[in-house]
Design a protein around this ligand. Structure first.
Ligand code: PMP
Length: 392
């Protein structure tokens, strides 16, 4: 049943259909775009392109309405229970969104002696801005203590160690929904449980949105930032959602310049597309592909899957990877492996993956899938990796 559903989805991606010999396995870097998203952008640009927020004529009014509607789409997609209260601000991606929260919100909300808990082995976009904010405050004479989020052996957050780090001065915690190297769901509900009800939690959902259901009500988080281009929309798109509770409010300066209107149109269309495709089903599909790859790699002695030990019971929650599997070959260097795979039509990411300094020290190969990838692609990849198992 999932296979028929998936075949129908795959056919909607022109670039995938046009390249049958190519397996695009780098969706964690950016996703491919379905026809519906391309049509929405083309439709907008050919029937009513104008600037937003300053209209006295129909195209401009319609553009303003499209941007506002897109904000509502983001709220609905995130399961926002209070769409009248929350705010959505469009950005170019997660990097810009997190940086704006650090620069425009965090530095105004922290006081001398406050503390924050931030990741040290997540994407640099969710590690550096908080440290920069603390540095800026220090120059102004405000001392903010940074505690590093602890990790366990499976590279999940260490929920047992976390409560000891939360004090009466903890004001802010930055976390990641799905890790961009290990692919694990970082169990944000447990972060809220450890943090207590008053701490502002900011979620980097770059690898979560479109990959697994995300409900701000269930997770009880205050900021969510994501990249539209990783979720079927155009490059240069993304959003900050702010719940406007616990002081978590993001106020951009009115219409701050010309927004990326065609990108925002693409983002609204992409969220519609994902809703229709069914994020729950996409999660089941990509988790299954990841498990197939992980299990296959575990049978090949030359490979090590990062954050996913062979000794852990297969299929256990910590073993679940949301469409991201990262590995190394014991003898072949990861960059070389990347070139070998590319020559055979497998487009993967090989390198250091922009992980902050607490992360992996050597390069690795990351395979990341989305709704358009197939079981056959994973099996063909495993076949090639099996041939390389004894070489190098
Ligand atoms: N956070 C995570 C977890 C990511 O995977 C990425 C993208 N590689 C980013 C942040 C940055 O996203 P963008 O490049 O769209 O700004």
């Amino acid at each position: 049943e999932l296979r028929t559903w998936q075949a129908g989805l795959r056919d909607q991606f022109p670039i995938i259909v046009a390249n049958p010999g190519t397996a695009y396995l780098d969706s964690a870097a950016t996703s491919q775009k379905p026809q519906a998203v391309l049509d929405a952008v083309m439709g907008y640009l050919t029937t009513g392109n104008a600037n937003a927020g300053r209209g006295t004529y129909p195209w401009a009014n319609r553009t303003t309405a499209l941007v506002q509607e897109a904000g509502l789409r983001v709220r609905r997609f995130l399961g926002d229970p209070e769409p009248d209260r929350s705010g959505v601000h469009f950005v170019s991606g997660t990097t810009e969104g997190l940086r704006l929260i650090a620069r425009d919100w965090l530095v105004r909300h922290l006081r001398d002696g406050d503390e924050m808990i931030v990741p040290a082995a997540d994407h640099t976009a969710n590690a550096l801005p908080w440290r920069e904010a603390a540095g800026q405050l220090a120059r102004e004479g405000v001392t903010v203590r940074i505690r590093e989020m602890p990790y366990d052996a499976a590279r999940d957050y260490d929920h047992r160690a976390l409560p000891a780090l939360v004090t009466g001065r903890t004001r802010f915690i930055a976390v990641t929904h799905v890790h961009h190297v290990y692919g694990g769901d970082m169990n944000i509900q447990r972060i809220r449980a450890a943090a207590g009800p008053d701490v502002v939690i900011c979620l980097d959902a770059a690898q979560g949105v479109g990959h697994l259901p995300l409900s701000v009500a269930d997770l009880d988080v205050d900021f969510v930032v994501f990249s539209g281009h990783k979720a079927m929309a155009l490059p240069g798109t993304g959003a900050i959602w702010a719940g406007n509770r616990r002081g978590a409010r993001f106020v951009p300066g009115g219409w701050a310049g010309t927004p990326n209107t065609s990108g925002i149109v693409s983002l609204a269309a992409a969220l519609d597309w994902l809703e229709q495709a069914g994020v729950e089903r996409i999660a089941r599909w990509t988790v299954a592909l990841g498990a197939r790859l992980t299990d296959g790699l575990h049978r090949l002695p030359a490979y090590e899957v990062l954050g996913c030990q062979r000794s852990l019971e297969a299929g256990s929650p910590v073993q679940q990877r949301h469409g991201i599997v990262t590995f190394r070959h014991h003898r072949i260097g990861s960059n070389d492996l990347g070139f070998i795979l590319a020559a055979e039509g497998f487009l993967v990411r090989a390198d250091g993956h922009c992980q902050a300094e607490g992360g992996e020290k050597t390069a690795s190969v990351r395979v990341s899938v989305h709704a358009y990838n197939t079981v056959e692609e994973i099996d063909r990849l495993l076949e090639l990796l099996r041939r390389l198992d004894t070489e190098g």
